[in-house]
Design a protein around this ligand. Structure first.
Ligand code: PLP
Length: 394
């Protein structure tokens, strides 16, 4: 007979015993905190990223499972998960840079990241120099005594320029500068930047890692314990924490990442190749096409070329709009990396923060359409694109 009253028993619920068996899947640890028997263990758990679980803003078993899974795929020593890709990127940038530091950033970046870099310069006293993604000598020329970080994207959003990771990272390393690489577009299936000399890899887990367009998340992976600890301490301060259910959905999606990436890349190859031959299309930007400026570098660095490409129509912006209105299977929607094929207009959506000059500098045209190719049957996708292109003929 339980001597406690109902008011107490409903608060202190019995826990099931797991003796003799355990779950196949990592459970969702939907709790904001953890209980201790020993106050010393409690105190110690607050001091480092991989200590005992204490409080959800510091760590959580489901979230740590995600951090370790991504770190393992990327070849890092540990990870810090965040509530979105921008959460992970801001945690790394704000956690490691301070006023007076100098940042060297790739010119062609995801619009959200470009906005953060511009903000660091405008409001936080960080000086920024922009460099092309494939010019290690430009990095060398930009170096200053106060340079702290080089920031790159493996495959840039949306024009898919490929960064010369080995060359750019080597120059930074020689100068004692940390290289951070956004590996969202490549995923660890196509590239592991730490193997090429990067110190930190960031992901929007919203995209390929989770892969099903149903969750937001981000992960930063570290090549050294020292960087892991520094960024973890700042993440705890910032509160950019991942939610356990979001971490669980991402882990669930990651189990099919290799299969999905194969299909994304194969479908992108078919669509990009056929579009490049279509009379209504002026140019296709996919690094697997020999016409892409990054083709030679991409062929050396990557086993395949990713599931995102952009293209320009002969009829310019009006034709681009007609195309986006006319697709039936592909969806006009934000984001990328999910199982469904999505199209959008970067100049007015993902890269809306860039002015005309900045858009031109990264190659985004007024009519450029970005496609995130899903895992549907490629011939169904091509039939959809073909009928939409019929509407775009001048
Ligand atoms: N990095 C890249 C390359 C992206 O494309 C995006 C979003 O589109 C992000 C980061 C930001 O991710 P999230 O939307 O999860 O914050």
């Amino acid at each position: 007979m339980n001597p406690l009253r109902p008011e107490t028993r409903t608060v202190h619920l019995p826990q099931p015993s797991l003796e003799g068996s355990g779950p196949i899947k990592i459970p969702i640890y939907q709790t904001s905190g953890f209980v201790f028997e020993d106050p010393a263990v409690f105190a110690e758990g607050m001091r480092r990223p991989n200590g005992a679980f204490v409080y959800g803003r510091l760590s959580n078993p489901t979230v740590r499972a995600l951090e370790q899974a991504v770190a393992d795929l990327e070849g890092g020593v540990g990870g810090v998960a965040a509530s979105s890709g921008m959460g992970a990127i801001n945690t790394v940038l704000l956690g490691l840079l301070k006023a007076g530091d100098h940042l060297i950033a790739q010119r062609a970046l995801y619009g959200g990241s470009a906005a953060v870099v511009a903000d660091l310069a405008a409001r936080f006293g960080v000086e920024v120099t922009y460099v092309p993604e494939d010019d290690p000598e430009a990095v060398r020329a930009a170096l200053r005594p106060e340079t702290r970080m080089l920031y790159l994207e493996t495959i840039a959003n949306p024009m898919t320029q490929v960064a010369d990771l080995p060359g750019m990272c080597a120059v930074a390393r020689e100068a004692g500068v940390i290289t951070v690489v956004d590996n969202t577009f490549a995923s660890p299936m196509l590239c592991r930047p730490i193997e090429h000399g990067a110190d930190i890899v960031v992901h929007s887990a919203t995209k390929y890692l989770s892969g099903h367009t149903d969750v937001l998340g981000g992960v930063a992976v570290f090549a050294t314990e020292e960087l892991h600890e520094r960024v973890w301490h700042f993440a705890v301060e910032l509160g950019s924490t991942a939610d356990p259910f979001a971490a669980w959905l991402t882990l669930r999606g990651m189990q099919t990442l290799p299969l999905r990436m194969e299909r994304h890349c194969a479908n992108a190859r078919l669509l990009a190749t056929r579009l490049a031959e279509h009379p209504a299309v002026a140019r296709v930007h996919w690094p697997g096409l020999p016409t892409h400026p990054s083709y030679a570098l991409a062929a050396k660095l990557l086993p395949d070329f990713g599931g995102v490409f952009s293209f320009d129509l002969v009829g310019g912006r009006a034709a681009g709009e007609t195309f986006m209105r006319s697709v039936r299977l592909a969806l006009l929607a934000p984001s990328l990396g999910g199982v469904e094929t999505l199209v959008l207009h970067p100049a007015t959506t993902s890269h809306r923060g860039l002015d005309a000059e900045e858009l031109a500098a990264v190659g985004i045209g007024a009519g450029t359409v970005r496609v995130s190719v899903g895992i549907e049957h490629p011939e169904d996708l091509w039939a959809d694109f073909e009928q939409a292109l019929e509407h775009c003929r001048a």
